[in-house]
Write a protein that binds this ligand. Sequence first.
Ligand SMILES: [Zn+2]
Ligand SMILES: [Zn+2]
Ligand SMILES: [Zn+2]
Ligand SMILES: [Zn+2]
Ligand SMILES: [Zn+2]
Length: 220
Amino acid sequence: MAAAAAAADAGSDPSAALAAAAAATSTCAHCQREIPSSNIDLHSAHCARNLQKCEHCGEMVARKLMDEHFNESHAPVNCTLCKEIVTREIWDLHKSEQCPQRIVACEYCEFELPAVELHEHQDVCGNRTEFCQTCKKYVRLREWIGHEIQCHANANANANASAQTSSARIIPEREVRPPPPVRPPRPMHGAQHKRLLFTIAVTGIAVMIGSILFQREESF
Ligand SMILES: [Zn+2]
Ligand SMILES: [Zn+2]
Ligand SMILES: [Zn+2]
Ligand SMILES: [Zn+2]
Ligand SMILES: [Zn+2]
């Protein structure tokens, strides 16, 4: 009687029946996933027919999308900037930090150029000077940050200290900072410079050839 009552209860309570079915699972031999036992036959047939384990990452991929998956996830990448072929594992690193042709900005003038030219450019660019309004002297751009930390921090500390010793009650006047130095418009950059030299050279050669031809014609 009790068993019949329990069965009747389960029958009348659909959520209990669902919970019981969901609790029973079987492992699919093909994809090793836990599948509800009631679905396992259907799943296994579908799984074996349509899915394939990727030999590179172990992911189950639809058989017909395997080529696409390989190209998107595992194939080496041909870097369009440096023309190098890069493995997928280091592709992100290559793009963001290692490609010699990736575009980076000069820390002094913010001009954008290939990373391989940055060192040479910054060597020249950082040697330019700007006038420091606070100290009334010219400071090299490469020394600017150090200069601000050393000279200006000390100056501020001294100003505050003397203000505090003279009268602790009076709030020291805030130092009015000069506006940030105005950067000159784009300075001559390596690439532009080379292009200009090239133009001059080509023009020079053209003039030379012209004068030689002219002389020949005259001598006849
Ligand atoms: Zn499966
Ligand atoms: Zn894969
Ligand atoms: Zn590259
Ligand atoms: Zn620069
Ligand atoms: Zn200064």
